[in-house]
Design a protein around this ligand. Sequence first.
Ligand SMILES: CC(C)(COP(=O)(O)OP(=O)(O)OC[C@H]1O[C@@H](n2cnc3c(N)ncnc32)[C@H](O)[C@@H]1OP(=O)(O)O)[C@@H](O)C(=O)NCCC(=O)NCCS
Length: 141
Amino acid sequence: MTAGAEEVLRLPEGRPLPDWVARLDRTAFGDAWKRLAPHEALWVIPERAFARWSRVPAAGEAELLRIAVSPEARGQGLGRALLEACQRDLAAEGLAHLFLEVRPTNTPAIRLYESCGWKPCGHRPRYYSDGEDAALYQRLG
Ligand SMILES: CC(C)(COP(=O)(O)OP(=O)(O)OC[C@H]1O[C@@H](n2cnc3c(N)ncnc32)[C@H](O)[C@@H]1OP(=O)(O)O)[C@@H](O)C(=O)NCCC(=O)NCCS
């Protein structure tokens, strides 16, 4: 699928995570999550961005676990292209109720989410390992 000029791909189920995803995971979040669990799915803009989701098809829900764009490629619309493509693909699967947690201090991410139709719906106290609260957002497709 293309989103704007960007090619957005969904990693086939059971495929190992590409090495560049682990590298970007570490750069953006300080650790690299392992192989996808059976209920998880990964969308990528190859070499530059990924979004990892947890899916609950029986409930029509999905949670955005992580989204990251390579530092040198930020601010060029890749995050928006990737997120919009994920939202379209998930809606096509019947997953229209979307959730995520984000640090309230993460202004670039919050602006991205709000501009893609996400709304704040609560918070989780001391959610992160350093004690910061998480803001909870949802999007109803
Ligand atoms: C959050 C992130 C994915 C955004 O990706 P991106 O490709 O830079 O975002 P885009 O260029 O598509 O911008 C989309 C919107 O986000 C906002 N945004 C992006 N960078 C921003 C910045 N540095 N400051 C403020 N807002 C910003 C803008 O509102 C922008 O909309 P606009 O172009 O209409 O102004 C990226 O900054 C990133 O990888 N951050 C590190 C990982 C992370 O924190 N992930 C989210 C938590 S899971």
